[in-house]
Design a protein around this ligand. Structure first.
Ligand code: ATP
Length: 451
């Protein structure tokens, strides 16, 4: 049985330490969450899987980790100052505020249809820079990681000698002052993105767009998402962002409905064309704001003709938090056992599991068993497979239940037989609940193979 509702996932996340409401002891902060001891592991594992697939396993992508605080000019020329807005309406009856495109004409809180006309509300957060807060010196908290990839384009090009087709990848925080954050970590005001800007020759962009849509769809399935819960949405022309020639969204069946997990856009030469100096000398296809402030030419020269071209950009942009939510939802199941009991299992793929193996001493106050268990934990930890936990509760049944619920693929139990007889341990498999005895010396190979 999969999760029946978002509430079940929210409850598990709090109970077991995946995700907590931020600033909770002071009443929280709407649309902001903290990742707990297991959440940070799951999130890091998801980001590492993306980085491996996008940067390490390919030979045409470089990484970047740029600043969150962003010069106003960047978001002026990118078009965000003018257009990064959602339509805001107020309910005159109960004074609540809503996003007009999420309403069906009535206030969701009180049901009144006495709503104001929609007006644009810019989603960017700004913050004062320097000691004088008179409104003149401010920076934006970036609303996406993409813009700093474009502003670093020339630095990366000059320092790596890359030429299109090649990409720059970045994982990091983004901030949007969402009018109505909701659905747990689905729509929040502070979140993380995994973004790739892949630069290609104009004319090859449509093929590359298709290639990336397929690659990203395959990747989500590799993370354990059931293909039946994924679908592609070809964004129709009148819904496209101003910079986009074509956008395909990867939609996932979240507990609250089918919504965007990742967007893959063909952004043409809009971004580099917007931020480049010398726009008139470059034949830029996109309609861009005249830019007299940029100091860098964001184009690549053709070796033979010497002509400069502004590359097109294909952008797969995924939300880390939405990814975590999708993976938790996919993995969560409640099983009816033969003995009439139930168990909750997080069937996460091993590479995503927050804890790879738990080492449990049969008795937590038996010196020999405890010493042996600690020893095994250290030797397994040294394999570099991820977190191995020494489980000190000393109750095997409880330990198994807890580790099923947080997705630990293997529990290793150390008992009297281990220390007194044959140096073997019990290894229990999360999914099958099968237990087998394995020699301690064989454990590293056994776990390495399966993790
Ligand atoms: P939506 O239409 O749902 O507001 P968007 O189209 O504005 O999303 P993009 O600008 O394409 O989103 O951002 C790329 C990705 O960043 C999204 O696919 C999503 O996974 C993630 N993302 C965007 N906004 C949020 C948010 N408020 N909270 C969590 N993740 C977000």
């Amino acid at each position: 049985m999969p999760a029946q509702s978002m509430d079940e996932l929210v409850a598990l996340c709090k109970r077991r330490g995946f995700i907590f409401p931020a600033s909770d002891i002071y009443g929280g902060l709407q649309g902001v969450y903290d990742y707990g001891p297991l959440g940070v592991e799951l999130k890091n594992n998801l980001k590492a899987a993306w980085w491996r697939a996008i940067v390490y396993q390919r030979d045409d992508v470089e990484g970047l980790d740029s600043a969150i605080l962003t010069n106003r000019q960047v978001l002026h020329y990118s078009g965000h100052e003018d257009t990064f807005a959602d339509p805001l309406v107020d309910c005159r009856a109960c004074k609540s505020r809503w996003r007009a495109d999420h309403l069906d004409g009535r206030c969701p809180r009180c049901g009144s249809d006495d709503l104001t006309e929609p007006r644009p509300f810019n989603l960017m957060f700004r913050t004062a820079i320097g000691p004088v807060d008179d409104g003149s010196a401010f920076a934006y908290l970036r609303p996406e990681t993409a813009q700093s990839i474009f502003t670093n384009f020339k630095h990366v090009l000059d320092s790596t000698s890359r030429r299109p087709p090649f990409g720059i990848a970045q994982i990091g925080k983004a901030f949007r002052n969402e009018i109505t954050p909701r659905n747990f970590i689905f729509r929040v005001r502070e979140f993380e993105q995994m973004e790739l800007e892949f630069f290609v020759e104009p004319g090859t962009d449509e093929d590359w767009h298709e290639t990336w849509v397929q690659a990203r769809l395959d990747w989500w399935q590799d993370q354990g998402v059931n293909p039946n819960n994924l679908q592609l949405y070809h964004v129709p022309g009148d819904e496209l962002a101003h910079y986009s020639k074509a956008t395909v969204d990867i939609m996932y069946s979240f507990p609250h409905g089918v919504e965007e997990l990742e967007g893959i856009a063909n952004r043409t030469d809009f971004d580099l064309g917007s931020h480049t100096r010398g726009q008139p000398e470059l034949s830029i296809d996109a309609e861009v704001m005249p830019n007299a402030d940029s100091t860098a030419r964001l184009a690549t020269p053709d070796q033979a003709s010497g002509k400069w071209t502004v590359p097109y950009v294909i952008e797969p942009s995924a939300g880390v938090d939405r990814g975590v939510l999708a993976l938790l939802n996919e993995a969560y199941r409640v099983e009816e056992l033969d003995n009439g009991r139930r168990r909750t299992v997080l069937g996460l793929k091993p590479h995503l599991a927050p804890i790879k193996a738990a080492v449990i001493p049969l008795k937590r106050n038996h010196e020999g068993i405890v010493a042996k268990a600690r020893d095994i934990k250290q030797s397994l930890q040294a394999l570099g497979l991820g977190r191995v936990l020494y489980e000190h509760t000393g109750n095997i049944g409880k330990g198994y239940r807890r580790h099923d619920e947080v997705g630990t693929p293997f529990c290793v139990t150390v008992d009297f037989q281990t220390i007194e007889e044959d140096d073997t341990v019990t290894v229990r498999d999360r999914d099958t609940m099968d237990q087998c005895r394995i020699a301690v010396s064989d454990l590293p190979a056994y776990l390495s193979e399966r993790l």
